[in-house]
Design a protein around this ligand. Structure first.
Ligand code: MCA
Ligand code: AMP
Length: 510
């Protein structure tokens, strides 16, 4: 049979497997074999729409076993899986569809009317799939055979396209190959000691690298099972934790668990591993979690473009405030952000990464790709950090103008462009400031037109057509002018200092 490395290693072993692969919160279990049959039916439904090798399949649906099966189906067919946050507005999806030109756009039935014109504009078929496994795509799946013949693929062929926003406000599609995904999953299974006995408490969304590739690919490769929650809910996580062995989370998961009186040492007694990533985990959260549970959270660092690049050790010292040494096979260096010259150990600079984990470039943006790679193949992450004498990496900040709110990325420029267009707004500056729940939250500083009054509620309603909810400012403040340097550039560092305790100080929340 023709080879398809990612399908062969991750999904083929499910075929005929009797043990549970996906366990739903109500205890219903889907065996590996049943999941594989679902995947085969999804592949049949995709093929029926003409999806073949290299075609993009854009998927903006709620988390469900079927949604994950569509990912497996795309891999089996050699198509390029393009997951999208269901929170994105039709305006936002319009951009992705226009850029990626998918053959199929799969959406929640509730979005069908709004996305119809989008699909028509970009020449793609629109089908639906809801959280309960219903919709036109699901109906078509029901008429398909439970077996499939995978398409032949090379390790260098594209498997996924994940959009990450750009500093200019335009999203870029990161092209990930089969080899990028498979090599990273192999490294993580080994580094974190995952086996077929593991049960992962899966509460992350599956439209990002963390929940899809780090969590699902690792469990697929290890042959383990997942307790598959529709979203993070502290009560559900605490209830189900005694049945799990591991959980992967963003820092907000851990602060919410620590804030919950039901969470205890006992609740986590059966667990062997907690990992954290996507945003900085405060050293105090690490320490408080250990005091509460006896577990030392294993923090790791990655990016959509690079998959996982560093990880604290499973057996060695997990150091709070650090993201650990580079993973096997990954080269990481710290350079002078201006010149690109490598810096000596201990000095803060730009983190650059090279290895089999690093993506191929941005979809149809060769200039952007060229800008973000050095001539010798290192990818410039935009994160600032240093490497200590023991090889541990510490991230101290970001050169890129990016806010990470509850593990979700918000690019200020994109929000500013929308705010600046609103009536009564002369200009805006969007910044991230510390937030007790989200780590960082979006705050907008608005300069009104002279004599104009800003109506925060009206502004929220107006901008909701353009911006997903998580990008909306959690607070609006007005100013007479924005602070600028001699070059006319807005001094965001100054604004961040000025509003640093907006959400944390004196119990103020917005
Ligand atoms: C939801 N809302 C948010 C966020 N999430 N606002 C700011 N930041 C957020 N992260 C807003 C919604 O728009 C809504 O607003 C309101 O909060 C309630 O929505 P809900 O969905 O109920 O929120 P939640 O359940 O409390 O979600 C918070 C969360 C979630 C659990 C932290 O955002 C989450 O699961 N984050 C993980 C994201 C993730 O997987 N990141 C990995 C990407 P309104 O009420 O106004 O409608 S990074 C990555 O993959 C790299 C490679 C890496 O290193 O891992
Ligand atoms: P994304 O573009 O969604 O893939 O987000 C990647 C970014 O998340 C990285 O460039 C970092 O800025 C940030 N990130 C991921 N993991 C960590 C971590 N453990 N500590 C600090 N920042 C992190």
């Amino acid at each position: 049979m023709a080879a398809n490395p990612l399908y062969d290693r991750l999904f083929a072993p499910l075929n005929g497997r009797e043990s549970a692969f996906v366990i739903l919160p109500d205890g219903t279990a889907l065996s590996g074999d049943a999941f594989h049959a679902m995947l085969a039916r999804a592949a049949g439904a995709l093929s029926g729409q003409g999806v073949g090798p290299g075609d993009r399949v854009a998927v903006q649906v709620e988390k469900s076993p079927e949604a994950l099966a569509v990912y497996g189906a795309a891999v089996a067919l050699g198509a390029v899986f393009l997951p999208l946050n269901p929170a994105y507005t039709p305006q936002e999806v319009d951009y992705f569809a226009g850029n990626a030109k998918p053959r199929l756009l799969l959406a929640d039935p509730s979005a069908e009317a709004a996305l119809g014109p989008v699909a028509a504009r970009h020449g793609c078929t629109l089908m639906t799939l809801d959280a309960a496994g219903g919709g036109s795509f699901a109906e078509t799946m029901g008429q398909q055979p439970a077996s499939l013949t995978p398409a032949s693929r090379h390790p260098g062929d594209l498997a996924a396209l994940l959009y990450t926003s750009g500093t200019t406000g335009r999203s870029k599609g990161a092209m990930l190959t089969q080899h990028n995904l498979l090599s990273n999953a192999e490294v993580l299974v080994e580094a974190w000691r995952f086996t077929g006995d593991d049960v992962l408490l899966h509460a992350l969304p599956i439209f990002h690298t963390h929940g899809l590739f780090v969590a699902c690919n690792v469990m697929l490769l290890a042959g383990g099972a997942m307790i598959y929650l529709p979203k993070f809910d502290a009560g559900e996580v605490i209830r189900l934790m005694p049945q799990a062995t591991a959980m992967m989370g963003v820092p907000t998961f851990y602060t919410r668990l620590l804030d919950d009186p039901r969470f205890s040492h006992d609740a986590s007694a059966h667990m062997r591993l907690f990992t954290s990533g996507s945003a900085p985990l405060l050293a105090e959260t690490h320490t408080a979690f250990e005091a509460c549970t006896g577990h030392r959270i294993l923090e790791r660092y990655g990016m959509t473009e690079t998959n996982m690049t560093t990880s604290n050790p499973y057996d060695g010292e997990r150091r709070p405030g650090t993201v650990g040494p580079p993973l096997p096979g990954v080269e990481l260096r710290v350079t002078d952000p201006e010149t690109g010259a490598p810096l000596p150990g201990g000095e803060i600079g730009m983190i650059e990464v090279r290895g089999p984990n690093v993506f191929e470039g941005y979809w149809r943006m060769p200039e952007k790709t060229a800008e973000e790679f050095r001539a010798d193949g290192f990818f410039i992450t935009g994160d600032l950090g240093f490497i200590d004498a023991d090889g541990y990496v510490t991230i101290v900040g970001r050169e890129k103008d990016l806010i990470i709110s509850g593990g979700l990325n918000v690019y200020p420029k994109e929000v500013e462009l929308v705010l600046d267009d609103q009536p009564g707004v002369r200009e805006s500056a969007v910044i991230g400031v510390p937030h007790p729940d989200l780590g960082e939250a979006v705050l907008a500083v608005l300069v009104p037109e002279s004599g104009a009054e800003i109506d925060a509620r009206a502004l929220h309603v107006e901008t909701a057509a353009y911006l997903a909810g998580f990008k909306q400012p959690k607070a609006l403040v007005t100013a007479e002018a924005l602070p600028r340097n001699a070059m006319g550039k807005v001094q965001k560092a100054l604004l961040r200092r000025q509003y640093a305790d907006h959400f944390t100080g004196s119990g103020k929340w917005g």
